[in-house]
Design a protein around this ligand. Structure first.
Ligand code: MOS
Length: 721
């Protein structure tokens, strides 16, 4: 079905199962260790060999020789596949910027260049260290600051320009002009990338850990020169992705090539120390914010100019995008530069763009409020807008940012104290807040539903569950639509044999995939109407029965029926509206006045994200995002060796992420909104919103506590002293 306008009547009979806080139905499988993750598929494929990757140790250049003799002679080793023997392979997918494997060119440090296969993992790992590689290495430039100094102020090709920023900024009564820096971030998901590949009759099956099944299948087929029909991808459980598993990665390519050569199933996991440089990461950014306002706080001019790095051909981190949509100001200038560098590939990480962009914009807004002598809550509320700041003809579909600000301030007990005015013994206490903005895109999403003779319903879609709760909200959607109890619905996900869904990414997964399942259920209802020869009589589904023309017919009596459909979204949604999610974050911190140690004391998020399909799983998304925001604020940082062109802190000891002790009480409030333009279920994404703005709120709270303004993330104790 095409969703092209809000339904006049509430087609989706919401509230019996959807909207209920149901614990995830796959929870018992996970906590008992029975959920089948990619590296552990002994249930479906036996006789597995272990492959261990060999990774380039130069940032760029050519491989002149790979000597495998010593490795091949090592105990247990059965074979080695090298990039030189395979040769250059077709590029997997337009959004994978750097090639994953094959040929003699090294595009970045830790690019995969061989895989050693042995009976046992330890044998493969030991032998991999014996592979000798000679390079014709090249040096390159890896200093983002240096490129920023050259490109900054070049406004020849802006992302957007309205009015006359320069004139308005020059005339503004109160102005701010500051630079902010955000470091690179690693997805640091719990489960490293892993795949098992097995061939039969020229067809390959890959059990892997991937967010986007159809992309993965298409990419692997292209890379291996196969027809898509000869590639099967299965990824029913994923131990975290955050964007790092949107695309095909080297583990699947190496496993497939090794399994083909050795004629046995081969499994390859990327070692933790390979994740940082071999896979993707969020680029570092440097951002300049300039804001002008009149004395009463109304913004007259805003400019956001940023730079990030990318492999040649990529787009880096779009840190300026939210600034186009968040606050009104008639004179606007938005500029985004990309510095091409052969650092490992920068690509999407949770809330790509906004996560970094709001770290600068929302600190700048705090600084402006202080200059104006305004409460930062009221400064933001004053500059809120219900239409596109770039085009007043285009409204937001449903925007309740002011409610987020005011309900948050009330729930938090916001008093806007002066900086460095609160003290408890050796601790300086501070409160900070920030706004949150994240787009809410959707993608076409399909599903197949099958009514079984015992009135059970089977739902099949290649949608993934990356820890988000997809299984549960899809079951709730199907149960609601078909009038069945939740227990009667079985959901199967993550298999390329199932209809193509939106997949998980960009916080489009839940909204898109539930709408696709709803469309498939409507198709099944039509099929049932045909079977019952109901004509135009309306059907109603409840209590495992269909009610039509005064008859109550148990679904169990209908026999086996199946239907398939997908949801598509017309112009009405994205061309005539801006569909986005909004939030406000409030935090309290304590800063030790002698050591600079920072402790979080409490966090509150108020979210405007349309209808909440399941407040338990949605809350988990929010608090998970908030934890990631604590990491971005206080500790996470990919270090760049600007001489050698790689990231030296490539493990979880030197790339720090928050642990339980770092996280205080977290409170989440969802506004009771429903977005009629978003999807038939009126739902929007929450998976990325929870991260947006958090780091700025913390930096603002640290300033409020200590009086020290840090514009260079992460905010660490040494910078406060
Ligand atoms: Mo998300 S960064 O699109 O998985």
């Amino acid at each position: 079905m095409e969703f092209n306008a809000p339904a006049g009547e509430n087609l989706f009979d919401h509230g019996r199962v959807t909207g209920k806080g149901i614990s995830r139905i796959d929870g018992p499988l996970k906590v008992t260790g029975r959920a089948p993750y990619a590296y552990e598929r002994h249930d479906v494929v036996g006789d597995q060999l272990s492959g261990y990757p060999v990774l380039a140790t130069v940032p760029q250049g050519r491989i002149t020789a790979i000597d495998t003799a010593a490795a091949l002679a090592a105990p247990g080793v059965l074979g080695i596949v090298t990039a030189l023997e395979v040769g250059e392979m077709p590029h997997p997918f337009e959004q994978n910027v750097a090639p994953l494997f094959g040929g003699d060119r090294v595009h970045h440090y830790h690019q995969a260049i061989a895989v050693v296969v042995a009976e046992e993992f330890e044998q493969a790992r030991t032998a991999a260290a014996l592979v000798r590689v000679d390079y014709d290495a090249q040096t390159g430039a890896y200093d983002l600051d240096a490129v920023w100094q050259q490109k900054k102020g070049d406004h020849a090709d802006p992302v957007a320009r309205q009015g006359d920023f320069d004139a308005a900024f020059a005339q503004a009564a109160v102005t701010l002009d500051q630079e902010y820096r955000t470091p690179g971030h690693s997805h640091a998901m719990m489960e490293p990338h892993a795949s098992i590949a097995a061939w039969q009759d020229g067809k390959v099956t890959v059990w892997t850990s991937n967010q986007m099944i159809a992309w993965n299948r298409q990419s692997l087929a292209k890379t291996l020169g196969l027809d898509q029909d000869d590639v099967r991808i299965e990824s029913p459980f994923i131990g975290g992705g955050f964007g790092g598993k949107l695309f095909l990665r080297a583990d699947a390519v190496l496993a497939a090539l090794a399994a083909r050569k050795l004629e046995r199933p081969v499994k390859v996991a990327l070692p933790r120390a390979a994740i940082m440089n071999n896979t993707t990461h969020r680029s570092a950014t440097i951002q300049q914010l300039r804001i002008g306002a009149d004395r009463d706080g109304r913004m007259t001019a805003i400019s956001h100019e940023a730079i990030s790095h990318s492999q040649p051909g990529g787009s880096g981190e779009n840190a300026v995008d939210q600034t186009r949509w968040f606050y009104a100001a008639p004179n606007r200038l938005i500029v985004n530069h990309v510095a091409e560098m052969r650092l490992p590939e920068a690509n999407a990480m949770r809330a790509p763009g906004e996560a970094s962009g709001l770290m600068a914009l929302e600190v700048a807004m705090d600084e402006m409020a202080l200059k104006l002598g305004m409460d930062p809550v009221e400064f933001r509320a004053l500059n809120d807008t219900q239409v596109s700041p770039e085009d007043p003809e285009i409204p937001f579909s449903d925007r309740n940012f002011r409610r987020c600000l005011h309900e948050g301030a009330k729930a938090f007990g916001w008093t806007n104290p002066a900086p460095r005015s609160q003290r408890e013994g050796a601790w300086l206490i501070g409160q900070g807040m920030a706004g949150a903005y994240r787009g809410s895109p959707v993608l076409t999403s399909g599903a197949r539903v099958r009514l079984l003779p015992d009135a059970r319903l089977l739902v099949e879609t290649d949608m993934t569950d990356i820890g988000t709760g997809s299984y549960t909200i899809i079951a709730q959607t199907a149960a609601e639509t078909m009038g069945l109890p939740l227990e009667a619905v079985e959901v199967r996900l993550g298999d390329s044999d199932f209809p193509v869904s939106a997949g998980s990414g960009g916080q489009f997964g839940a909204a898109s995939a539930t709408a696709g399942v709803y469309a498939a259920c409507l198709a099944l209802q039509k099929r049932i109407a045909e079977v019952l020869q109901a004509g135009d009589a309306p059907l109603r589904f409840s209590d495992a029965q269909v009610h039509v023309g005064g008859r109550d017919i148990p679904l169990a009596e209908l026999g086996e029926l199946s239907a398939e459909d997908k949801i598509t979204f017309g112009e009405f949604r994205d061309k005539q509206h801006i569909v986005s999610t909004f939030g406000a974050h409030f935090v309290e911190v304590a800063v030790h006045r002698l050591t600079g140690q920072i402790r979080l004391r409490r966090m509150l998020a108020v979210c405007d994200a349309g209808r909440i399909l399941n407040p338990v799983t949605a809350r988990s998304q929010l608090i998970g995002g908030m934890v990631m925001g604590v990491g971005a604020a206080l500790m996470e940082e990919i270090a760049i060796d600007t001489d050698k062109g790689f990231f030296p802190n490539h493990d979880l000891a030197s790339y720090e992420v928050p642990v339980h002790l770092d996280i205080p009480e977290q409170q989440v409030i969802f506004l009771d909104t429903a977005d009629p333009v978003s999807t038939p279920l009126k739902a929007k994404g929450v998976g990325e919103l929870g991260l947006c703005g958090v780091a700025a709120a913390i930096a603002n709270a640290v300033h409020n506590a200590s009086g020290v303004r840090i514009r260079d993330f992460p905010v660490t104790a040494d910078k406060l002293l």
